[in-house]
Design a protein around this ligand. Sequence first.
Ligand code: SF4
Length: 392
Amino acid sequence: MAEKLNGTVIVTYRCNARCNMCNRYKAPSDPSEEISVETIRKLPPMYFTNITGGEPFIRQDLPEIVRELRKKSDRIVISTNGFFTDRILALCKEFPDIGIRISIEGLEKTNNAIRGLPDGFRRGYTTLKKLVKMGMRDVGFGMTVQDANAKDLVPLYELSNRLGMEFATASLHNSFYFVEAKNVIHDRPMVAKQFERLVNRLLDSRSPKKWFRAYFNHGLINYIYGQPRLLPCDMSFDTFFIDPYGDVMPCNGTKDKEVMGNLNRQTWDELWNSPEAEQVRRKVRHCDRQCWMIGSVSPAMHKYIRIPALWVLKHKLKFWTKQKYSMYENKICRDYRDGKVTKEELDRCSTCDFSQTINDGLSDVSREKLKVRTGEEIVDADIAAQTGKTEE
Ligand code: SF4
């Protein structure tokens, strides 16, 4: 039997948050076109599936989707903003072995300013606590670090630790998926310093899983300085994304949507072995975007385990001799500190491009709807219709 894959299913582009680093809420998909259970049935066996959006719980048929995916995936993790508490709790009652990651961008004030969700922190945090109380084991925070919330990174990690939760990090990326090309870290040393503190906290723990997370966060320092990835990117070889239209893509980090095939119209084997898929794989081999998101790094960490394992070993040994991890182990951090490279040069290494026209990856039908109403109006009306007002 073919090797199991790592898949991400973007069930919708509708989102009720208003994050400052992602414009997807302005470009929602039309529900009539969103991926159906029939299409999901055609997906291959997977060892891991991430369900994401938009906000996946906007879809009222999410339980049906999870039921179908559960049959073909060993592990499922859903990324959500935590707003639809009742829906999340109901799903977790049915599937106590799934994982839930709630995006929280910092402590209360910072989170609410960044995510633009009314009462977002309290809602997300309350949902997480209820999940822990009902015995869910795989729950946690997901935080995208930027200048505005970097100082909350370690306090949020400590909060998640006290509650016995997972803590997933990311930093700013630009792509069609985020409908964004202007994201960039401005004060790199300040942000890197916070990652350095987190790396040391993680290395100091007794959990091997956290030591490998330390490596991932070390990679984020490398990423925000615009340096080549620490591990090869093999997206589209053993990993895929599928969008709400059934288009199968290598990842969510490309500038424009790269399509390997369409699962509404093709079988999995047809599209996965198609010339279009091969063409995308050739592009991935030459991709220079250097993303460092867990979706592309986690499979690489498993595949090239020797590299992170050696890093962990080296740093655990250092720890035992009371030497902590330093961001200045990264040459680029030293070069910037020593004035050998300028901020402008580092900015040019990033994917930030103020002149870029963004392709949001929407279908013609979804785009047509945006001619009469904004994405926010469409989604607000949608949620109001679903809940009778707004969900409490
Ligand atoms: S580096 Fe990898 S994850 Fe990023 S855009 Fe390129 S192929 Fe996608």
